[in-house]
Ligand binder design. Structure first.
Ligand SMILES: NC(=O)c1ccc[n+]([C@@H]2O[C@H](COP(=O)([O-])OP(=O)(O)OC[C@H]3O[C@@H](n4cnc5c(N)ncnc54)[C@H](OP(=O)(O)O)[C@@H]3O)[C@@H](O)[C@H]2O)c1
Length: 376
């Protein structure tokens, strides 16, 4: 077991205002409790003393070197202060954003392919249907959740008058980026963000595009502007920068499998494709736990994949050889997008860090979807 803390576990003290400080204090307490639990696991696995482990954790988290007695007094003082503030002013007054049973989660675009997977994932993780506000242009397709107790509502970014009622009562929101908008996509996203903030939504997670800081793709421009709008909105935000869906490789797998051939371009960029399912799990994890406010995650698969790897994986699964032929520049690519470039050549540990399980490999994905690409 690796005792090194992941980036999502790092504690960064802030001093901008008392609300932020108190919120971070709350996280610090939570982290200390979490690390005590990790320490016990570490002791069991490595016969190391708990104190040794706590020392390592403190070093990595830059915690003051307090002995156990003073740590206890500090924690006690902080929790008493938080309790005092929440009693006087309510939880909102201290800016704390833990998810509670009372908090309602909005899924914008709940009937889409990603949206419906997120809804299933939230329910599978034990979120009560009554906590869900499912917003869609086609609410009639979500009847099964209404029957279970979810609030199913109509909402369309191109009809801004529909949005206040759609978002009323929600605290957190997953804003699934739209796939249309006639050049107005960022502005339509902004309408949704403004309506959500006006309705009292305090935290918005947005499905963006991978490696946005170094991403020259035309597809990234809309997401960049949408991210800027969200950051300026006043709500806490989380950028879920999804890599290209692994699902788009199924068409290529079907073609290769049927023809027994794969054209490979020398200049092809191997990419960190991620399954839609993993994107949904990561989004659900961000929606149901605190600690993801104002953070950016590159959501990728666990490995870089090119058409050569795709052909080899098909052969490994079916036992049938796929012969490789060389193709002209730019052949293959990624589904209909034909994107390439080193900015796509990235993987991250975000899916595992957020969900607690490894991201899906190409082989696992192809095996789970044999019916979609294997000749019958
Ligand atoms: N990473 C990738 O490889 C990749 C590939 C394609 C797209 N994307 C992006 O990821 C998003 C989700 O992917 P997906 O596979 O779930 O796509 P999808 O099945 O086509 O879903 C489109 C989503 O956009 C919502 N939407 C469309 N127009 C809207 C409007 N006017 N107002 C409100 N919501 C609207 C839909 O919600 P309702 O239908 O429920 O109203 C739905 O959730 C896409 O929209 C696109 O921005 C990423």
């Amino acid at each position: 077991m690796d005792p090194v803390l992941s980036p999502t576990n790092s504690y960064v003290p802030r001093t901008e205002n008392y609300r932020t400080d108190l919120r971070y204090a709350l996280y610090a307490i939570e982290r200390m409790a979490h690390n005590r639990y990790k320490a016990l696991l570490w002791v069991v696995n490595n016969q190391q003393t708990e104190n040794q482990y706590i020392q390592q954790v403190r070093l990595k988290m830059s915690f003051p070197k307090l002995n156990q007695g003073s740590s206890y007094i500090v924690i006690k003082l902080l929790t008493s202060l938080l309790l005092f503030c929440t009693t006087l002013f309510g939880a909102d007054a201290i800016g704390a954003q833990p998810t509670t049973e009372a908090e309602k989660i909005i899924i914008s675009g709940a009937s889409g392919q990603l949206g419906s997977l997120v809804v299933k994932e939230l329910l599978a993780r034990g979120v009560a249907p009554a906590r869900l506000i499912l917003v869609s242009r086609t609410p009639e397709t979500l009847k099964e959740y209404a029957v279970q107790g979810a609030s199913v509502r109509f909402g369309d970014f191109t009809k801004p008058e529909s949005l206040p009622a759609a978002y009323a009562g929600g605290s957190r929101m997953l804003l699934i980026s739209i796939n249309s908008g006639g050049g107005q996509r960022p502005e339509l996203h902004k309408q949704a963000i403004d309506a959500a903030v006006a309705a009292g939504v305090r935290h918005i997670a947005y499905t963006s595009f991978v490696n946005m800081d170094n991403n020259p793709s035309p597809l990234a421009a809309d997401h960049r502007r949408s991210e800027e709008y969200l950051k300026a909105s006043g709500a806490a935000w989380t950028m879920l920068r999804n890599h290209l869906y692994m699902d788009i490789l199924l068409n290529q797998a079907r073609e290769m499998s049927a023809s027994g051939q794969a054209a490979i371009a020398l200049d092809e960029t191997p990419m960190g494709y991620v399954t839609r399912g993993d994107c949904a799990s990561a989004a659900a994890a961000v929606l149901i736990a605190p600690g993801h406010e104002n953070k950016v995650y590159d959501i990728t698969g666990p490995e870089l994949i090119s058409r050569k790897e795709l052909a080899e994986t098909i052969t490994a699964i079916t036992g049938r050889q796929i012969s490789l032929t060389s193709a002209t520049q730019g052949a293959g690519g990624s589904g209909g997008f034909r994107l390439s470039g080193d900015y796509l050549k990235i993987t991250s540990a975000a899916v595992a860090d957020l969900t607690g399980r490894p991201a899906t490999t190409l082989r696992e994905f192809l095996e789970a979807n044999r019916d979609k690409w294997m000749p019958q």
